[in-house]
Design a protein around this ligand. Structure first.
Ligand SMILES: [Zn+2]
Length: 358
């Protein structure tokens, strides 16, 4: 039996399979002429998954009173909680019971009955190992808005840092990003006028508090047009910004896609990751979430996270654009890292709307 790298989304597993350089047809996803891995030939992938499966306890062995909503079949957990497979749950079941064939023989209930994470109900474990301790995201939001803004005690920053540093992303000097401004007429703005406002005029945003100006950029001209919500007949100046030196940012677009199999190098284990994966997803979503009414308080949670990232010496934060499909935004803490090298003025001719009936 062969599986292939297309069966997986996890970078570490894909690298192992691609490293084999054996090509063939996959017995699971059906891909042809792809890098394949013969199950049972060695134990490399089996050992990785055995470690991950150790995190879960079959429902029979969970204590009475363990919340049912915290349990599910392993095929669903692997499909919907983790970013490891590119397969549907039933195909994951076939593959995981083949990869871990011995384990399946010894402990079929791990694969065939619901499972849960024992530590998810352990107050002391969560206090030490969960990014949000024993709180939920809404507790943190309420706390930072209404109770204690500058010394929020809801986040376990050491644990947050463990995962953030797995999402580092380098950018090389010379890379070009974009920034747009709606302008009053067809003359547009000069290169000098395309930078961020001075600190004294900086309004708070998702990555910066009021009074601290940072440079918001995007990966393409189109993304910037969506981000500034350019309207029909608006004149827009698009500035090209060239990176002046190599930098390292935290890519929050990938914060919940970190491979669990690199944990040994970064100081986390499978259970710690499993305990935090929902929190990591929340951070990635919150930083990108479009806010309909600009309420300064709604930016506080992500400002807290970004301030923390800045305090650790990183140059900025990357996150997905929810305004433009496949668009990526880059918020850079020090505007001098980029130089505006040119501008183009556009006249917006039309906009395509997409909507749902409420
Ligand atoms: Zn496959």
């Amino acid at each position: 039996m062969f599986c292939c790298s297309n069966c997986f989304a996890d970078a570490e597993i894909k690298a192992i399979i691609d490293g084999n350089k054996t090509t063939g047809t996959c017995d699971f996803c059906g891909s042809k002429n792809v890098h394949v891995y013969e199950l049972g030939k060695d134990q490399i992938i089996t050992e990785l998954f055995d470690g991950l499966l150790d995190t879960y306890t079959p429902v029979l062995n969970l204590p009475n009173g363990f919340p049912k909503r915290q349990t599910d079949l392993i095929k669903n957990i692997l499909c919907y909680n983790w970013h490891i497979f590119n397969l549907k749950p039933d195909c994951i079941y076939r593959l995981i019971t083949s990869i871990c064939a011995e384990r399946y023989k010894e402990q079929p209930e791990l694969f065939d009955s619901p499972v849960g994470i024992l530590q998810s109900q352990n107050h002391d474990y969560l206090e030490e190992n969960s990014i949000l301790k024993n709180y939920c995201w809404d507790d943190f939001v309420e706390g930072i808005k209404r109770k204690n803004r500058f010394h929020s005690n809801y986040i376990n920053t050491d644990k947050l840092f463990t995962f953030l540093r797995c999402a580092r992303k380098p950018h090389k000097a010379g890379e070009v990003f974009f920034r747009s401004r709606i302008c009053p007429n067809e003359k547009g703005y000069s290169r000098k006028e395309m930078g961020p406002p001075p600190d004294t005029k900086a309004n708070g945003g998702r990555v910066n508090p009021t009074g601290i100006s940072i440079l918001y950029l995007s990966d393409s001209r189109d993304t910037t047009l969506y981000e500034i919500r350019a309207g029909v007949y608006d004149y827009v100046t698009v500035g090209r910004f060239r990176l002046q030196k190599d930098i390292e940012v935290i890519n929050l677009a990938d914060i919940d896609r970190i491979s669990p199999f690199i944990g040994i190098d970064y100081g986390f284990d499978f259970t710690q990751y499993a305990t935090n994966i929902e929190h990591l997803k929340m951070i990635g979503q919150e930083i990108a979430k479009p806010l309909r009414n600009d309420n300064a308080l709604d930016y506080l949670p992500t400002q807290y996270i970004s301030d923390y990232i800045r305090s650790k010496g990183y140059d900025g934060i990357e996150y997905i654009s929810t305004m433009c499909k496949n668009g990526v935004n880059l918020a850079v803490f020090d505007q001098d890292l980029f130089k505006c090298t040119g501008t183009t003025i556009y006249d917006v001719k039309s906009i395509a709307y997409s909507y749902d009936q409420i």
